[in-house]
Design a protein around this ligand. Sequence first.
Ligand code: NAI
Ligand code: MG
Length: 334
Amino acid sequence: MTQTITVFRGDGIGPEITDAVLTILQEAKADLAFEIFDVGEAVYHKTGFFIPENGLESFRQNKILLKSPITTPIGKGFRSLNVTLRNQFDLWANIRPAKSNPCLDTLYKNIDIVTFRENTEDLYIGEEKKIDEDTVIAIKKITRTASQRIIRAAFEYCRRHHRKKCTCVHKANILKQTDGLFLSLFQEIAKDYPEIQANDLIVDNTCMQLVMHPQQFDVMVMPNLYGDIISDLTSGLIGGLGLLPSCNKGDEYAMYEAVHGSAPDIAGKGIANPTALLLSSCMMLDDIGQIKTAKTIRTALDQVFSKKQALTPDLGGQASTKEFVEAILQEIRR
Ligand code: NAI
Ligand code: MG
């Protein structure tokens, strides 16, 4: 049955990469119908809303959203729209697979790290308070329920995908209560998965280890802030933000998006790499059972990468987004 999905075109490079991905999905004959909405800054200036109500309603109905990046103005009192979406639809797990592609020249080979980022709390609850002119504080919130579900999701993923190791990232030596709770729940839940090697690492050491010996990592689970930072780091290991897909999942809804932002520095230049959003759409196709179509797209992408003729500038090439997409379309037609 044709699956209807909601699509948000986003800010900056958002519309360029969305159009690229929709073109590819259609060529690959994905069995999808699209409800497409402009969202973000431009829409805000016209309507006073970042996301139109009918866009949210569409997501509520379809339960699946393919979303492009949205600009979050810094320091203007706006709550991040991404954080708002994650909370409103209780998208509690942010899953970010960083897999090096052997067809690309990347810093490292044989990287296959999946980050499970808790997506609803930690410092991202946005509770900041001014104490006096010179002092501001932010609340870091960690709850048993939210921690348990993300930790269990990481272990379940290991079991389903035959992954050998699960690493908990934290700073429990300093944040004894908050990260301490997260770590102790990890250790408790790990006992239910004796076949999976469980270890934990302090976040600063994790950064060094990821740069020096990234192949030691398999599945990683962590609170929100560390997940945000560590997953950008893992994208650097495999060739940059243009390549890293993600899924934000809850019990009812799922939102698929690139890990990167709206890239205002290259917006409108026609050189954005749509791969991260394209691979996010492949995660979506896998999840809704259109596995063959996802495979067709991934294979076409590998062909284009290995021929190295149509790479975008972030991958060391000179191709435009259009040329890159055209090369993928040709591979799909083959
Ligand atoms: P960014 O991820 O937009 O860009 C960082 C660097 O990576 C830039 O040099 C950019 O050109 C490059 N880059 C990112 N995606 C690329 C692609 N597909 N192809 C080629 N190069 C790419 O991060 P930045 O500049 O910190 O954030 C810009 C805006 O995006 C901010 O307003 C931020 O709040 C927002 N943002 C939104 C996200 C979302 O909607 N999920 C996630 C991250 C940031
Ligand atoms: Mg981020």
